[in-house]
Design a protein around this ligand. Sequence first.
Ligand code: FES
Length: 218
Amino acid sequence: MPLPSISSRIAQELSVREAQVTATIELFDGGATVPFVARYRKEATGGLDDTKLRTLDERLKYLREMEERRAAILKSIDEQGKLTPDVREQIEAADLRRGMRRIAVLDGEGALTAALFLTRKGQLPPREWVAGQLGRTAASGLELLAGRPATPQADRGPIVCVCLGVGANEIGAAGCAGAVSVADIGKATGAGTNCGSCRPAIARLLERRLGEIGEAAA
Ligand code: FES
């Protein structure tokens, strides 16, 4: 679904008419300042007060910057031949109330090839989860727009193996399921099987978990 225009979004946020916002934007673009517009252009803006004009000015700058970034990213994806007009319409989502915009780019087979999250308050889905969706099918693209998996996933715990995105809870669970060495953990979860820098941390976790299992059994 096409996103609303900047003036329409600001009008909604400020609870004013879009024509008021459009007229004010024209004045700002013509070089007028907030105090000038507040004092001498009340007729043109429909009487927007100083506070609303300042908010409008801030939001206009922010949303224009976001538009520029978004356009640059979409252009880059387009240049790689991965963005068709059809797909572009299906993969954008915005949440005005929370100040978020999300873009997921799917290739011809519906697999996710790129994702962009813009947020006003810094709330983003976990990076590992987003990275894990790349290359997956259209369903994961929809999950991505929602910013979370369609079905709740088990808590992985703090990530121990950055290469494979394996968390402490998964390593602990593998220990409970019979893994007794770092190699066993690698077979069960993949952790430690790439660069290997996480193996000492896996060994410590495993030692602790095996100790807990031994104490519980004693
Ligand atoms: S961090 Fe675990 S294999 Fe690289």
